[in-house]
Structure formats: C-alpha cells, structure tokens
Design a protein around this ligand. Structure first.
Ligand SMILES: [Zn+2]
Length: 125
C-alpha cells in the first residue's frame, strides 16, 4: 500500500493494515476508509450509516421529498461502498445491501406519495 490514509471514524493511521481487516481502534472495516481506486475522494459514510439513511428514507417517505432525497443518497452511497468493497476483494459489507434496498423502497414510496398528492389535487380542482 504505502498510501497514507486514516480511519474515517476515529482517524487511526491505517497504513500497512490488511484492507479486509478492521481498525484496531474502533473496529471499522479498513477498506471503507480507503480511497477508492482512481480517486482520492473518501465515501464519508459507514455501512451502518447507509442502512440508517435508507431506513430514514422509508420513515420520511410520506413527505415525498424526504424519501426521494434520502433514498437516493442511500442507493448512491451504498452502491459506492459495495463497489469499493468488491474492488478491495472483500465480501459485501454487512448491512449495505439492506441499506440500498431500504433507500430504493423509500424513494419509490416517496414518488408514490408525490403522485398520490398530485392525483388528489387534480381530482379536487
Ligand atoms: Zn477507527
């Protein structure tokens, strides 16, 4: 490796550690803090964070916009985490696939609420 990178959660110096291992300080998967191939940009969200955002998108789907925006974020972030895990040769990180599905459901429900709202308005006026 030789690339300087720090744990995205606690800032621990992860140089020389196995990408499939965990941060000795906080237990976060090492690969999730690594720069993605061809990019120095960190993802900035942990696998459990993706699941949390996805769940929140379902809870807020009745606001339409909340479900669509948060659902989209969960799907995008989760997709990037999965891509990076596969690039590092690791298994799919626990919870990320669920988070992507939650986000997808939240976004679909948000769109459904949006359509229902406009449908009701169109029927009333
Ligand atoms: Zn850490």
């Amino acid at each position: 490796m030789g690339v300087a990178y720090a744990c995205g959660t606690c800032g621990y110096d992860l140089r020389g550690l196995n990408a499939l291992g965990e941060c000795p300080e906080c237990g976060r998967a090492v690969w999730s803090s690594m720069p993605s191939p061809g990019s120095e940009e960190p993802i900035g969200v942990s696998p459990s964070g993706v699941r949390m955002i996805g769940l929140t998108s379902i809870l807020l789907s009745w606001t339409a916009i909340g479900g669509i925006v948060l659902g989209g974020v969960a799907v995008l972030m989760g997709g990037r985490l999965l891509k990076r895990a596969r690039a590092a040769g690791g298994p799919d990180p626990r919870g990320v696939r669920a988070g992507v599905w939650f986000g997808f459901i939240g976004a679909v429900l948000g769109v459904a609420w949006l359509l229902a709202t406009f449908g009701v308005l169109g029927w009333m006026f």
